[in-house]
Design a protein. Structure first.
Ligand code: ZN
Length: 88
């Protein structure tokens, strides 16, 4: 992997827990840019579905999940991505 030619450009990735998964994958798709239930690609080249938003006043059930997909992590580190934990 060659370094990003656009020096200074920070790549953000979002660590999200897809529907029916119990691990965080990283995606460069901005959550909120796609509707819930939509399939989005992960850095490890899987597809996960965006979860539905948590009811107001409750904490997202995914908040406790901190396990990160090792392949996504490896790719995110190689690309020097800035990771954001994101719950819905
Ligand atoms: Zn992954």
């Amino acid at each position: 992997m060659f370094p990003n030619p656009f020096l200074g450009d920070r790549i953000d990735v979002y660590w999200i827990v897809g529907l029916s998964t119990d691990i965080r994958h990283a995606t460069d798709i901005l959550p909120g840019a796609r509707p819930s239930g939509d399939w989005v690609p992960t850095l490890c080249e899987r597809w996960i579905r965006l979860p539905f938003p948590t009811v107001a006043g409750r904490r997202p059930a995914t908040e406790e999940i901190l396990d990160q997909c090792p392949q996504c992590l490896e790719i995110a580190e190689a690309r020097e991505c800035f990771g954001v934990l994101w719950d819905f």
